[in-house]
Ligand binder design. Sequence first.
Ligand SMILES: C[S@@+](CC[C@H](N)C(=O)[O-])C[C@H]1O[C@@H](n2cnc3c(N)ncnc32)[C@H](O)[C@@H]1O
Length: 330
Amino acid sequence: MGHVPVLLDEVVEGLAPQDGDVIVDGTLGGGGYMRAILKAANCHVVGVDRDETAIERANASDDYDGRLTPVLGCFGEMATLLPAAGYEAVDGITLDLGVSSFQLDEAERGFSFMRDGPLDMRMGGDGPSAADVINTLPEKALADIIFRLGEEKQSRRIAKSISARRLKAPFTTTLDLASHIEDAMGGRRGARTHPATRSFQAIRMFVNDELGELARALDACEALMRPGGRLAIVTFHSLEDRMVKQFLKERAGQTGGGSRYLPAPEAGRAPSFNLIKRKAIEPGEAETQANPRARSAKLRLAVRTDAPAWGEPVDTGFNLPGLDSVEVSS
Ligand SMILES: C[S@@+](CC[C@H](N)C(=O)[O-])C[C@H]1O[C@@H](n2cnc3c(N)ncnc32)[C@H](O)[C@@H]1O
């Protein structure tokens, strides 16, 4: 089965596309948002994805009357990708974070602890793989990543057990790692979710620098959006939602500063965004019943004002080792 888009109606309503608009879908994936946006108005969509297969899928279809421009790349680099594709300013941007069902379902991509595959987890093809991270990072760094990004209380025990085992045989497959983590945690103990869920999420987020990507994207959205342009961001992780929330609150002039993600704002600075809704929009009962992946989704909506961009880089709020500290195997 393909990818079932989460909070689809709410995202399209939030973006409110008009005829002639240019809307960026920064996470094209299976194209669910993109198709709904193109249907809602006679607008143009620039569809960004770091995964070649998502771009190939979009290029293979001629269903969009020339109203779709697929762009291969990271949304954290939108500030250079979009002008290079001919778009200096846009009327709306949406991001739907995380991985698609296409990526999860394909064992070869190495995202799933349910399907055996190489320990990869890269959404785009470059940089260190999950195997590089698991087999080479120092035990403490591994524990910190699993604790901070996976919010896993047993992170130290898991990291210790991984570093003892990899001395004898490096980890190369997803199921090997998943069952090792399960054993290190003392088995399932009746838990509803697989014991490796949080550790896998943490490693995936680290391998793809997901918090760093989001921080750079928020900055780029502020720079690229025209006055009146609308921003719609769907997150599935509390750290990501917190970063979006803090960014928008601050840019809307609703904090006194002091957030762990952002430097204190200059007094009297004009807000660069207005919040469309103060609270995040969450899926209703019917959607979470039909699509369990929607359970942790949160949508935040904002409108760009005509004030200049603040242009202050957003910080992830985490001091974790960089991807450049990981040894890459050939
Ligand atoms: C949850 S899916 C999006 C699904 C899409 N909204 C739909 O309706 O089909 C996330 C997609 O974003 C892509 N992605 C994740 N992080 C990215 C990044 N930093 N830059 C570009 N694409 C990214 C993934 O490769 C994946 O295809």
